[in-house]
Write a protein that binds this ligand. Structure first.
Ligand SMILES: *[C@@H]1O[C@H](CO)[C@@H](O)[C@H](O)[C@H]1NC(C)=O
Ligand SMILES: *[C@@H]1O[C@H](CO)[C@@H](O)[C@H](O)[C@H]1NC(C)=O
Ligand SMILES: *[C@@H]1O[C@H](CO)[C@@H](O)[C@H](O)[C@H]1NC(C)=O
Ligand SMILES: *[C@@H]1O[C@H](CO)[C@@H](O)[C@H](O)[C@H]1NC(C)=O
Ligand SMILES: *[C@@H]1O[C@H](CO)[C@@H](O)[C@H](O)[C@H]1NC(C)=O
Length: 432
């Protein structure tokens, strides 16, 4: 109860700070095909809260957003058009990581959310109703154009709305609805210009889930960055996400096959026609300490038809496992910590207020075991007095059997997405 009360005023405050301070304070140095990646709480992010917030508030806030994120991911698989978000509460499903894109001629800088589970790129455009104050001014770009209803790209939009001649579409994202026109302009990513890039130019939005300066989808569907830069990047990219506790550091998003790690552990990349943009892998087991815990096969099994299985997602903060898988991991973890009574914090149910010696946790994928370093496994309060296992069971109300390997578990690892070779690689890398 206490935790719930804590987060209500916090959300309100957080929303205000997103709507206001939009000054880029840092000198971003993107080179070649590599973009710096910032956490939204980084000093380089205009979306960071303008006053410092407590550790407990941060944890609870992120978990609330995860809940919305999970409902969103599950709606993608279920192909529901409306996402059932708890009513009466302000849920912000804003991004965790941002990159810089330059749009138009001359270029205008936008700090876009990177989202590996989405195909589209969309940007708030001048005249937008309901967007924040930083918008892309299409009128001043000499290379901007709207696509008309006859354009081939218009047929790739799920449900185009063709009122006049301009191709438009309406979508929902988290708790927001977005109305946009389908447009083209030059996107410059690091130093690579991508001419005639097709994106959604947002005209109207409701709710507060839409990232304030747009979204750069790194999925693999028809209108995605990967599809539109086939010749340039060959559907290959990798990223290293900085730890959210070391806020002054940035990670990187490396586009294209050049400079990718050669020796890296990989697992086959799987695809569900149910949601072709999600990056599925085959999680076959989980080891806690030396013990492979007992998880019913159905909790991990990939099913292309239903979309059940395991995905890597950049937008969820804490790893979520379907209930029986989480219970097995948690029970073994507690057993190995020893004779201490766990407490809970927010949605975490395995927290300790005394120092612990934690067992290792290893995700066993087909052909690749990933053992999490302690920084990816535990969260510690600032004062070091509370430690929690940073995972949870999938949210109640999300019926889909979807395990999500989230960004906290990916931090300080390079994650390689290699679509042509159908593989996903993971290697430790200190990027923050
Ligand atoms: C799309 O959204 C716009 C703006 O909110 C609205 O006027 C229009 O009716 C919507 N169109 C469809 C087909 O839902
Ligand atoms: C981009 O579009 C413009 C105008 O339609 C066209 O002249 C140009 O050839 C296109 N450039 C590329 C690289 O496709
Ligand atoms: C991060 O940067 C801010 C502003 O430049 C500085 O005040 C702070 O000491 C830095 N923190 C760390 C941990 O380096
Ligand atoms: C996938 O799920 C469907 C529907 O529940 C089921 O009929 C099918 O047997 C499953 N496929 C596999 C490979 O388990
Ligand atoms: C992963 O770990 C398991 C259990 O320790 C082991 O049997 C398996 O061979 C390992 N797999 C790989 C690809 O190293």
């Amino acid at each position: 109860m206490k935790t719930f009360l804590l987060c209500v005023p916090f959300f309100f405050f957080f929303f205000l700070s997103i709507a206001q301070g939009l000054n880029l304070k840092c000198d971003i140095q993107d080179q070649g095909s590599t973009l710096q990646v910032f956490h939204i709480f980084s000093p380089c992010s205009p979306f960071r809260p303008s006053k410092s917030i407590s550790w407990e508030e941060t944890v609870i806030e992120m978990q609330q957003r995860d809940q919305a994120r999970l409902q969103y991911l599950s709606s993608l698989v279920a192909k529901k058009s409306v996402v059932p978000i708890a009513s009466g509460r302000q849920i912000i499903q804003s991004p965790t990581y941002i990159v810089r894109a330059q749009i138009g001629t001359p270029p205008q800088t936008m700090l876009m959310a990177m989202d590996t589970s989405n195909d589209a790129a969309w940007v708030p455009c001048s005249g937008c109703v309901g967007c924040s104050s930083t918008v892309f001014n299409s009128a001043t770009s000499t290379t901007f154009k709207n696509l008309d209803c006859g354009a081939v790209q218009c047929q790739q939009v799920p449900v185009p709305t063709c009122g006049g001649s301009v191709c438009g579409f309406n979508i929902s994202y988290g708790g927001s609805t977005i109305a946009a026109s389908l447009s083209q302009d030059t996107f410059t990513l690091a130093t690579d210009p991508v001419p005639n890039y097709t994106f959604g130019c947002i005209q109207k939005t409701t709710g507060s889930s839409a990232p304030p300066q747009g979204l750069l989808g790194l999925g693999r569907g028809p209108l995605s960055l990967l599809s539109q830069t086939q010749n340039l990047y060959q559907s290959t990219f990798s990223y290293c996400l900085p730890n959210f506790r070391s806020l002054n550091f940035s990670g990187s998003l490396r586009l294209g096959p050049n400079g990718q790690p050669q020796r890296i552990k990989t697992t086959p990349l799987l695809k569900s026609p149910r949601r072709s943009s999600l990056y599925y892998v085959n999680l076959i087991g989980i080891r806690v300490g030396r013990k492979i815990v007992d998880i019913p096969a159905s909790a991990l099994a990939f099913n292309a038809t239903t979309g059940a299985g395991t995905i890597f997602d950049s937008g969820t903060v804490y790893t979520r496992l379907v209930a029986p898988a989480y219970a097995a991991v948690r029970d073994e973890f507690r057993k190995r910590v020893g004779n201490l009574t766990p407490t809970s914090l927010g949605g975490f149910d395995t927290c300790y207020s005394v120092p612990i010696v934690a067992p290792t946790v290893t995700f066993m994928f087909s052909g690749m075991n990933v053992t999490l370093p302690e920084d990816n496994l535990l969260i510690h309060s600032t004062a070091g007095s509370i430690t929690c296992l940073a995972m949870a069971a999938s949210a109640i109300g999300v019926s889909l059997e979807l395990n999500v390997i989230a960004n906290m578990q990916q931090q300080n690892h390079r994650v390689l997405i290699d679509v042509p070779n159908s593989r996903l690689g993971v290697a430790r890398e200190q990027c923050s």
